[in-house]
Design a protein around this ligand. Structure first.
Ligand code: SF4
Length: 888
C-alpha cells in the first residue's frame, strides 16, 4: 500500500503491529496491522492514540553542553575524550550506562558493545531491571537460559489460564482481548486471577484469589505438594528431563496447610478450588508479570511457578507453560542483546569463559570484563558514592521510576559527568544532564524489537527526524569511533548492526544456545527493510517465520546435561516482606493505569489518553478511609521516612484493607509532588537485583488544604508554586487540579490569576458564594475563553468534561459567559461525566443513561454509545459500571 508504513507499537511487551497511513496534509492515521501475529489488527487505547503523540512540541532538537547549544562534533568529542580520561585515571568501571527497554535492539547492541567491548566494563544496566529481571533469573536457574518456552497461541489453546501478578486488562490489553475472544470459542476455558487487588482483569476471572503480598511462593509450593500426590505428576517427564524435583517437592511438603493459608491470606476453599482446577486441567498456562517480579523474593516466585509446570510436564506443548509477559516494547530485545549487567550479547553469560572468548574474538576486543557489572540499584548507589565519574542515561527517567527516587536524583546531581539521550527537551532526569543528546523518536527511527513471545518485528520510520535528532545507535557508534575503534563501530545503518548481531548469535552455537538468529547474518538491506515478524530461533539455513515455535516439550534445556533444574524454593524472606511497623501500617502497591505509559513523556501529549485518569490517585479501601476520615476525592498525604507525596483519594472495595495502590506515572512535570517511587525503598531480590516496588510501608492521612481548585487554561502554565497541582491535556488546552493553603474566602481574582500564572489583561467574570465557601471566575480574550477557575473548601463536584469543553467555544454575551462559570451544563447540554472510553469519548453518564434505557450488556452499551467498540480496553470497566448500577 502506498503511503502506509508497517511498524510496531512502542508501548507494552505485547508488541502489536501497527499500520501508519500518511495523508497528503501531513496527518497520520494509525490502525492495527491485521497481518501481525501478535494482534491481528487489534490495538488498545494507547496504540490507537499513537498519532496524538508524535508532534514536535517540547522536543530536544540539538545537542547541548552545560545548557548551551553545541554541535554534534563538540558533544561527541567531549564524551569520547572524557571517557578516555576517566578510563586512564579511574578505570573502566568508573563509567556506567543506564539504558531502556524503549530503545531498539540495534541501539541496545551498540550500547552493550561500547560498554563491554570498548570501555571494558559491564556497568550497563537497563530499566528492564525494574520490570522482569526476576523472570530472567528464574528462567536461567531452571532452563539454563533466559528462554520463554511458549507463545501467545497457547492462550487460545489452553483450558486454564492462571493470571498471577498481572493486570492484563490494563497493562497488556490486546492479550486480554485475545483471552476474551478465546473464551467465546471455548466456553470451558477457565481463568484464575491471583492478585491482592480486584483489578479490571477480574472481569474475565472465574476465580479471583485476593492473595497477600508475596504469598505466591506459599501458594505455588502448596500446589507443587498437591501435584506430587496427584495423577497429574508426570514422573516420566521429571525423570527424563529434570533434576532436583525431589528436593523441590520436599520443601513444598514442609509447608503445612495452615502456613499456606496464613501466608496467602486465602481460605481453604479458595486454595482447594485453585489446586483442583490446576490438577484437572492439562492445558494450563500461567501468565505472570510485575506482581511476581517486583518483589524481594521475585526469583523464587518465578521458580515456584516453573516447578509446577516441570512437575506436570506442562511446558512447551500447545496450550501449556509458564509465561512471563514483559512490560516494555523491547525488554525482550534488551535481554537477548545483553543489556543487563550480568549478561553478554546473544544470551551468553559474562561469567562463562567460553562465552567471553566467543564474544571477545567476534568483537576483536581484549577489554571484555570478566565479572558482572552493577545492577540498577547498586549502579545508582555507586554514583552516589562517587565511584561513577560518568553516567550515560538513554531513553529513561530514573528520577521518577527508580526506587528511592529522591536519593537517585541526588546521586545524579553529584555525578561529575551526566549524559542523557532523549527525545524530550525536559524530563525530570534530562534536566540534570551536563550533555544532552537529541534522540530520534518512535516514528523517526528504524530497527527491531522483540515481544513477549520471542517474535522480532521491525520498527520503521515514517517521519523525518527533526532538527539534529539522531538514532541512539548512531550516538554510541560515533563515540566508539572517536575512542579509536573505527572498525568495530563502522556501521552505516541499523541493518549493518542487525547482521552483525545475527552472526554473533550463530557463532559457535550449533544448538547449544537458545538465542540464534543466524538466518539473518547475510541478508541485505532490502531483506531487512521488508522483514516480516518472525520468532527466534531462526538458525542459519532456516526461513525466518512466525510459526508458534515452543521450547522444552521434550527437554533440550540449556544446562550442561540438557536437563531443567527444579529449584528447591522456600518461603524464606517472605515474612520480612509482609511485616509492617505500626507507624507505617499500609502496604503500598505501585503500578500502571490503562491509558498512561511509564513517565508520561508520550501519553501525556494526548488529550484522550489524559481523560480517563487525569491525576495521580491513591486507591484506598472504603473502611480504611472511613476510619481515617478520608473522603472520596480528598487530597491525601502518603509518606514514610523517604518522602511524602500528595495525591487524590479514590475510595474502593477493589483493594484490601491495609493496602494502597498508587500509579507510578506522574512526574514533577505533570504534578507538584506525586513521584511515588520516592517512597519505595531500595530493597531488591538478592538473585535478580530487581527492586521490590509493590510492598513499601507507608502511612496515609487527609492533606491539610485550605481550598480545592479546578481550572481550565488555554495556555500551559509555567512554574506553578502551589501545595498541590496536576496538569492534564484537554482538547483545546489544559486541565489543572490544584489546591491552595488559604480558604476560598481569602482568594481574589488577582491572587488566583497570579497563582495559576494566567496571562490575560482583561477583567475576569467572577462569582463569590462566601456562604458556601465557593468562588468561580473566568477570563476572556475577545470572545475566547483564556481560563476559568473554580474554588471550594471541599473537593469540587463540577463536571470536568463540561468545563474543559468550554475552552474551544465562542463566548460573546454575558449570558453565555455566565454558563462558563456555572461549571455544570444546562438542560440542553448533556454531561458526559468522567470519560470511560477514550477512543470514542464516551463518559460515565452516557453509559448510565444507556443502561437506564435498557442496555444491560457491554455489547448493548457499545451499540448505543460506541463505548468499547474500537480497541475494547474499556470493556471491563463498562462491565463493572453495569454491575454497580444493577446493584443500586
Ligand atoms: Fe501497544 Fe496496546 Fe498492543 Fe501493548 S497492547 S503493544 S500498548 S497496542
Amino acid at each position: 500500500m502506498e503511503n502506509v508504513t508497517r511498524t510496531t507499537c512502542p508501548y507494552c511487551g505485547v508488541g502489536c503491529g501497527v499500520l501508519i497511513e500518511k495523508h497528503p496534509d501531513g496527518s497520520v492515521r494509525v490502525k492495527g496491522d491485521p497481518d501481525h501475529p501478535a494482534n491481528s489488527g487489534r490495538l488498545c487505547s494507547k496504540g490507537t492514540a499513537l498519532a496524538d503523540t508524535i508532534g514536535l512540541e517540547d522536543r530536544l532538537l540539538y545537542p547541548q553542553i552545560n545548557g548551551k547549544r553545541a554541535s554534534w562534533d563538540e558533544a561527541l568529542d567531549s564524551i569520547a575524550s572524557r571517557f578516555r580520561q576517566i578510563i586512564a585515571e579511574d578505570g573502566p568501571d568508573a563509567i556506567a550506562f543506564y539504558v531502556s527497554g524503549q530503545i531498539l535492539t540495534e541501539d541496545y547492541y551498540a550500547a552493550n558493545k561500547l560498554m563491554k567491548g570498548a570501555i571494558g566494563s559491564a556497568n550497563i544496566d537497563t530499566n528492564s531491571r525494574l520490570c522482569m529481571a526476576s523472570s530472567v533469573a528464574g528462567h536461567k536457574r531452571a532452563f539454563g537460559a533466559d528462554t520463554v518456552p511458549g507463545c501467545y497461541e497457547d492462550l487460545e489453546l489452553a483450558d486454564l489460564i492462571i493470571l498471577t501478578g498481572t493486570n492484563l486488562a490494563w497493562c497488556h490489553p490486546v492479550l486480554y482481548q485475545r483471552i476474551v475472544q478465546a473464551r467465546k470459542g471455548n466456553p470451558d476455558l477457565k481463568v484464575i486471577l491471583i492478585d491482592p487487588r480486584r483489578t479490571m482483569t477480574a472481569d474475565i476471572a472465574d476465580l479471583h484469589l485476593p492473595i497477600s503480598p508475596d504469598g505466591d511462593i506459599a501458594l505455588f509450593l502448596g500446589l507443587l505438594a498437591e501435584i506430587s500426590k496427584s495423577d497429574c505428576y508426570n514422573g516420566d517427564y521429571v525423570e527424563a528431563y529434570t533434576c532436583g524435583m525431589q528436593d523441590a517437592v520436599s520443601e513444598a511438603n514442609a509447608l503445612s496447610w495452615d502456613e499456606i493459608q496464613s501466608q496467602t491470606g486465602l481460605s481453604a476453599q479458595e486454595l482447594r478450588r485453585f489446586y483442583d482446577l490446576f490438577i484437572n486441567s492439562e492445558k494450563t498456562v500461567t501468565v505472570y508479570s510485575q506482581g511476581v517480579n517486583q518483589s524481594r523474593v521475585g526469583s523464587n516466585k518465578v521458580n515456584a511457578i516453573i516447578n509446577c509446570h516441570l512437575a506436570t510436564g506442562r511446558i512447551g506443548r500447545p496450550g501449556m507453560g509458564p509465561f512471563s509477559v514483559t512490560g516494555q516494547p523491547n525488554a525482550m530485545g534488551g535481554r537477548e542483546v545483553g543489556g543487563l549487567a550480568n549478561m553478554l550479547a546473544c544470551h551468553m553469560d559474562i561469567e562463562n569463559e567460553a562465552h567471553r572468548q566467543i564474544v571477545g574474538d567476534f568483537w576483536q576486543s581484549d577489554a571484555l570484563p570478566t565479572k558482572p557489572g552493577l545492577k540498577a540499584i547498586d549502579l545508582f548507589q555507586a554514583v552516589a558514592d562517587g565511584k561513577i565519574k560518568a553516567l550515560w542515561i538513554m531513553s529513561t527517567n530514573p528520577v521518577v521510576s527508580m526506587p528511592d527516587a529522591n536519593a537517585v536524583r541526588a546521586a545524579i546531581q553529584s555525578c561529575p559527568l551526566v549524559i542523557v539521550s532523549d527525545v524530550q527537551a525536559h524530563t525530570d532526569t534530562l534536566d540534570l544532564a551536563h550533555i544532552k543528546l537529541p534522540a530520534a523518536a518512535w516514528g523517526e527511527k528504524d530497527g527491531t524489537v522483540t515481544n513477549s513471545e520471542r517474535c522480532i518485528s521491525r520498527q520503521r520510520a515514517f517521519l523525518p527526524a527533526p532538527g539534529e535528532a539522531r538514532a541512539d545507535w548512531w550516538h554510541m557508534a560515533e563515540v566508539g569511533r572517536r575512542m579509536g575503534l573505527e572498525a568495530q563501530f563502522d556501521w552505516q545503518n541499523p541493518a549493518d548492526i542487525f547482521r552483525e548481531y545475527a552472526a554473533l548469535s550463530a557463532e559457535h552455537n550449533n544448538g547449544t544456545r537458545d538465542f540464534d538468529i543466524g538466518a539473518w547474518q547475510d541478508r541485505d538491506e532490502e531483506a531487512y527493510a521488508s522483514m516480516e515478524p518472525f520468532q527466534w530461533p531462526a538458525r542459519a539455513g532456516d526461513v525466518p517465520s512466525h510459526s508458534n515455535q515452543r521450547f522444552f516439550a521434550t527437554g533440550g534445556f540449556f544446562t550442561p546435561d540438557r536437563k531443567a533444574r527444579a529449584i528447591a524454593v522456600t518461603t524464606d524472606g517472605v515474612s520480612q516482606a509482609q511485616s509492617t511497623s505500626p507507624d507505617h501500617a499500609f502496604i503500598l502497591n505501585t503500578g500502571r493505569v490503562r491509558d498512561h505509559w511509564h513517565t508520561m513523556t508520550r501519553t501525556a501529549r494526548s488529550a484522550r489518553l489524559s481523560a480517563h485518569l487525569s491525576e495521580p490517585y491513591c486507591e484506598i479501601h472504603i473502611d480504611d478511609a472511613k476510619r481515617l476520615e478520608i473522603g472520596d476525592n480528598d487530597l491525601v498525604w502518603i509518606e514514610n521516612g523517604l518522602g511524602r507525596v500528595t495525591v487524590r483519594a479514590m475510595l474502593s472495595d477493589r483493594i484490601q484493607s491495609g493496602h494502597l495502590f498508587v500509579p507510578m506515572h506522574w512526574t514533577d512535570h505533570y504534578s507538584a509532588n506525586a513521584r511515588i517511587d520516592q517512597l519505595v525503598p531500595s530493597v531488591k531480590d538478592p538473585v535478580s537485583g530487581q527492586p521490590a516496588s509493590k510492598s513499601a510501608h507507608v502511612r496515609i492521612s487527609r492533606a491539610r488544604i485550605g481550598s480545592y481548585g479546578f481550572a481550565v487554561l488555554r495556555d500551559k502554565p509555567q512554574a506553578l508554586s502551589l501545595p498541590y497541582w496536576t496538569l492534564a491535556r484537554c482538547k483545546d488546552g489544559w486541565r489543572l487540579e490544584f489546591a491552595l493553603e488559604e480558604a476560598p474566602a481569602v482568594a481574589t481574582p488577582e491572587s488566583i490569576k497570579a497563582a495559576l500564572a494566567i496571562d490575560c489583561t482583561t477583567e475576569p467574570l467572577a462569582f463569590f458564594d462566601l456562604g458556601k465557601h465557593r468562588c468561580r471566575m473566568a477570563w476572556f480574550d475577545g470572545d475566547k475563553l483564556v481560563a476559568s477557575a473554580f474554588l471550594a473548601s471541599e473537593p469540587l463536584t463540577l463536571s470536568r468534561e463540561f468545563v474543559s469543553s468550554q475552552l474551544g467555544g465562542i463566548w460573546s454575551g454575558i449570558a453565555q459567559r455566565a454558563q462558563v462559570i456555572a461549571g455544570v451544563p444546562g438542560k440542553e447540554t448533556p454531561d458526559k461525566g468522567k470519560i470511560i472510553c477514550a477512543c470514542m469519548n464516551v463518559g460515565l453518564h452516557e453509559i448510565a443513561d444507556a443502561k437506564s434505557k435498557g442496555c444491560c450488556s457491554v455489547d448493548a452499551i457499545g451499540t448505543a454509545t460506541g463505548a468499547g467498540t474500537n480497541c475494547g480496553s474499556c470493556k471491563p470497566e463498562i462491565a463493572e459500571i453495569l454491575h454497580d448500577l444493577a446493584a443500586e
